[in-house]
Design a protein around this ligand. Structure first.
Ligand SMILES: Cc1ncc(COP(=O)(O)O)c(C=O)c1O
Length: 452
């Protein structure tokens, strides 16, 4: 390291596993980083295995957990080091940090974990899922660019594309049925389309995107495939199936605690670096970065994400199967008669299941609301709340909540019926306990409806 004072600081560090005083040790560290980056780009690797193979960062004093670098700014002991950092000669890959809106060591470590999990070269963690999505689109499209997007995406993403981006910078979006590759192809405007955008499993209809097919199309047309994998971390690894960029609302399953708002962008190092450019970078200049304390919290939760996802998925399949047997209109891609079951099976990482989200179509908003009322207030099956990935079951009527940004026609086109109850299946309590709560709530609702 060129900065001698920083070197002496490293030498006196009491962390035996992190002493980096000599060039030799630094080389070793660099080689390790390159090695782990290579491991994370394995095409069909299991995400939990890839995550466990990523570098384990120890605390400053040898703690099993990394230290939190709760600093907005970083010192240099030689004035010229600052110039070299700003010129891009010295960067975070060599442990040189300028300012935490740019890179922060703790946030970067979480990003390394995210990149390992998703099998991408690099990642950057943001303050929210929307920050991740909007930054990628602004960076890749530029003014006057064009997006081809699935007509069924999270309501906020839909509003961003339908209203905000056209008004703010002339970025237009054509919404299509992403399940129809011919429709996607026909919507591409040669020279103008920069991005094809889908959710692995759409919010809220749970339609599954054909990522290998979309990737082939995007590559042929020279455009970028951006996939929101919020609903299916671990279950599907879009980058290993050909997606260029994977975005996440980390606020959901990855956090698991319903206590944090966060996001991530996983993709090529060239994209992340361009987004950090001092003159042109959407992340650097719009500044939606993650706080180091939040990054620490999340990095502690990633190692048990695979276990949580398996339980979410097992229970969703159990409830969906039983609800179907009762004759209810269930939408769950884990059921064999779901139109995308085969596709999901062909893309899913083995052993995780088919997702922790399911929907019940109650026909009308009134019935949906009555059912949710009893599920929460009469039997404590779950909570009426938006969001997902919590240990308790969360339920919302999508048409009047998380997709309310969409017009009636857009909702119809996307297949969001007014009585659609979206459930994020939790894992607290036992399956039988929760199932009996569900049965009781349903029968109360049915009694009320038959009396009216
Ligand atoms: C699929 C999906 N993507 C993105 C977002 C936005 O994420 P955040 O709320 O973290 O900004 C959401 C939020 O509900 C979502 O469901």
């Amino acid at each position: 390291m060129a900065d001698t004072a920083r070197r002496s600081y490293d030498v006196v560090s009491s962390n035996p596993k992190k002493k980096r005083g000599s060039d030799e040790e630094e080389e070793e560290d660099k080689a390790y980083a390159i090695k782990s980056a290579k491991m994370t780009t394995t095409k069909h690797g299991d995400p939990a295995q890839a995550l466990a193979s990523a570098r384990h960062e120890f605390g400053e004093h040898g703690g099993v957990n990394m230290s939190i670098e709760a600093s907005a700014t970083f010192t240099v002991m030689e004035a010229d080091t600052m110039r070299r950092m700003f010129s891009g000669e010295l960067g975070p890959d060599r442990d040189f940090f300028i300012y935490s809106r740019h890179f922060n060591p703790t946030v970067l470590n979480l990003a390394r974990q995210m990149a390992a999990m998703e099998g991408t070269e690099a990642a950057y963690c943001t303050a929210s899922g929307m920050a991740a999505i909007s930054s990628v689109l602004l960076q890749v499209c530029g003014a006057g660019g064009h997006i081809v997007a699935s007509n069924c995406v999270y309501g906020g993403t839909h509003a961003l594309m339908a209203h905000f981006l056209p008004r703010a910078c002339g970025i237009a979006t054509t919404f299509v049925d992403a399940g129809d590759l011919g429709e996607v192809r026909a919507a591409v405007r040669e020279g103008l389309t920069k991005v094809v955008y889908v959710e692995t499993m759409s919010n809220p209809t749970l339609a599954v995107a054909d990522i290998p097919g979309l990737s082939r199309l995007a590559k042929e047309k020279g455009i970028m495939l951006v996939v929101d994998n919020t609903f299916t971390p671990m279950v599907v690894s879009p980058a290993r199936l050909g997606a260029d960029v994977v975005v996440h609302s980390v606020s959901k399953f990855i956090s698991g605690g319903a206590d944090i708002i966060a996001g991530a962008i996983c993709g090529p190092a060239s994209l992340v670096n361009s987004m950090m450019d001092l003159q042109h970078g959407a992340l650097m200049l719009l500044g939606p970065t993650m706080n180091a304390k939040v990054a620490f919290e999340l990095s502690e939760r990633l190692p048990h994400l695979s276990l949580r996802m398996k339980e979410h998925c097992d229970r969703a399949l159990a409830y969906a199967t039983r609800m179907r047997k009762m004759g209810l209109k269930v939408i769950y891609p884990g059921l064999e008669d779901h139109p995308n079951h085969g596709l999901l099976k062909s893309m899913a990482n083995p052993g995780y299941g088919f997702g922790g989200m399911m929907c019940l179509d109650m026909g009308t908003e009134e019935k949906a609301n009555r059912l949710m009322h009893h599920l929460q207030n009469s039997t404590q099956f779950g909570l009426m709340a938006v969001s997902l990935g919590y240990y308790e079951t969360l339920m919302s009527c999508s048409g009047s909540s998380t997709s309310s940004e969409m017009s009636v026609q857009d909702k119809e086109r996307a297949g969001i019926s007014p009585g659609l109850v979206r459930m994020s299946v939790g894992y607290s309590g036992t399956v039988e306990q929760r199932w009996s709560q569900f049965e009781k709530a349903l029968s109360r609702m049915q009694d009320e409806v038959s009396k009216n």
